[in-house]
Design a protein around this ligand. Structure first.
Ligand SMILES: Nc1ncnc2c1ncn2[C@@H]1O[C@H](COP(=O)(O)OP(=O)(O)OP(=O)(O)O)[C@@H](O)[C@H]1O
Ligand SMILES: [Mg+2]
Length: 427
């Protein structure tokens, strides 16, 4: 067998990967006792293998998408995949995402766009309300692309005083201005060969916008106080919670910069438009908080869970994240309504209108929409009642109703119900 190294950087082929896996397997098969050092070495080899598989998968995706572009005689379109299939396909493609996602079609579309954008070098503009996960998505573009080994440098454009924008972004020479005590690299130089994330781009003052545009056009920067241009190879991802086109209309944002930044535009949906993800996020944050705080994962009383499922979340995922971390810190094993911040309990900002609410409080509905809403509400009540009767044992409920288990799970998810919440509390 030919020798190999585990440290090579180019993506290997399948044969080579299999060979490496076989060597690892036989090392482990014949090992009787492993020292810590040996375990570390094997772990290192596993990590390299994982990287290799990921880069192979990225290379394949790139080849596939190039081939798809060239193929003008595309076969007739296949039936659209279901949300479940789309999610599974993303996971199969080794899609890296530092969070959790379910079957919400809006979110899936966002992730799919980010995934497709990742291997290209095109600028991406991430739009979305505050706290929806814009920075997380920018990282998706970075981590799933060929620059994943390079730096990801985040700049909050809203937090830089106008007179320091140039120095912050492009760096300065010693003595360029009062206070410039030494040479300093700017964010663009730090992001070379990686990604620069221009957060809150809508807050960048017009003077900064002009300078940024010049750099994007020339792909060169000049440190303040220096005449020598420096070539920069950084991928641009920008984010905003503002309507940049409207700002273009009012002269607050340069149109040419807008079109340079928004070659690929992707919107992260607010949490109220992906409520079906709330149970997943709750579990994810309970686990994350448990790990951070060194405690067991927080449990939620059923009325608290219901409150969270109905709540409007004006602060989106960040708000849910903070609530769960706060309660994980303050509550014991199980959190209940009193553990919520007072302001939230006494005056929840925008609670989802209940399906039983009078119709005039909602936008006008067609007859079929009215029927659907009523049907959904009845279905939810039926499931809740059923779960109560079987003490939260979903398998038993499926058996009693002669229903397929996975169909029941789909229905529970649709209504944001967790069977666990209907289990009797331990004394
Ligand atoms: N799908 C998700 N799964 C897990 N955590 C998430 C998810 N989406 C967002 N988060 C978490 O929510 C918080 C807010 O996300 P992020 O900072 O990316 O949002 P943002 O849109 O950039 O917010 P802001 O507008 O306030 O800057 C972070 O803690 C992030 O890790
Ligand atoms: Mg942000």
């Amino acid at each position: 067998m030919r020798p190999f190294t585990f440290g090579q950087s180019t993506a290997p082929g399948y044969g080579e990967l299999l060979e490496k896996i076989e060597i690892l397997r036989s090392t482990l098969r014949w090992a009787t006792r492993l020292e810590r050092e040996e375990i570390q070495r094997l772990l290192g080899q596993c990590n390299v293998l994982r990287e290799d598989v990921m880069s192979l998968s990225r290379r394949e995706r790139f080849v596939q998408s190039s081939a798809a572009l060239e193929d003008l005689r595309a076969p007739p379109p296949e039936p659209a995949p279901t949300a479940e299939q789309r999610r599974a396909a993303l996971l199969e493609r080794e899609f890296t995402f530092d969070g959790v996602f379910g079957d919400n079609p809006k979110l899936l579309e966002t992730l799919e766009i980010a995934e497709k954008a990742a291997p290209t070098d095109l600028p991406v503009l991430v739009r979305g309300e505050s706290g929806t996960g814009k920075e997380l998505l920018a990282k998706v573009v970075h981590t799933n692309g060929r620059r994943s080994e390079g730096p990801f440098v985040s700049v909050n454009c809203g937090a830089i005083p106008e007179n320091l924008v140039e120095s912050e972004l492009f760096g300065h020479k010693k003595g360029a201005f009062t206070g410039a005590a030494s040479d300093r690299k700017g964010k663009f130089e730090s992001a070379n060969l990686g990604t620069i994330f221009l957060d809150e781009i809508g807050e960048l003052p017009l003077s900064g916008q002009v300078k940024l545009l010049r750099v994007l056009q020339s792909q060169e920067i000049q440190r303040v106080g220096s005449d020598s241009p420096i070539k920069i190879d950084a991928r641009i991802v920008a984010a905003t919670n503002r309507d940049l086109l409207a700002m273009v209309g009012t002269g607050q944002f340069r149109e040419d910069l807008y079109y340079r930044l928004s070659v690929i535009e992707v919107t992260v949906p607010p949490l109220r438009e992906r409520r079906d993800e709330i149970p997943l996020l709750i579990d994810f944050f309970c686990d994350a908080a448990a790990e951070r705080l060194g405690r067991s994962p927080l449990r939620l009383s059923s009325r608290l869970r219901q409150f969270l499922l109905d709540y409007g979340f004006p602060g989106n995922i960040r708000e849910l994240h903070n609530l769960i971390f706060r309660m994980s810190c303050l509550a014991g094993d199980t959190a209940d309504l009193p553990h919520l911040p007072d302001a939230l309990r006494s005056n929840p900002p925008s609670v989802r209108p209940s399906a039983d609410a009078p119709l005039e409080s909602e936008a006008p509905l067609s007859l079929s929409e009215v029927k659907k809403t009523a049907g959904d509400a009845a279905e939810k009540r039926f499931l809740e009642q059923g779960l109560r009767e079987v003490n939260g044992r979903a398998v038993e409920l499926a058996r009693r109703q002669g229903m397929n288990r996975s169909h029941l799970q789909t229905l529970l998810k649709k209504h944001g119900l967790s069977a666990k919440a209907f289990r009797p509390k331990k004394a």
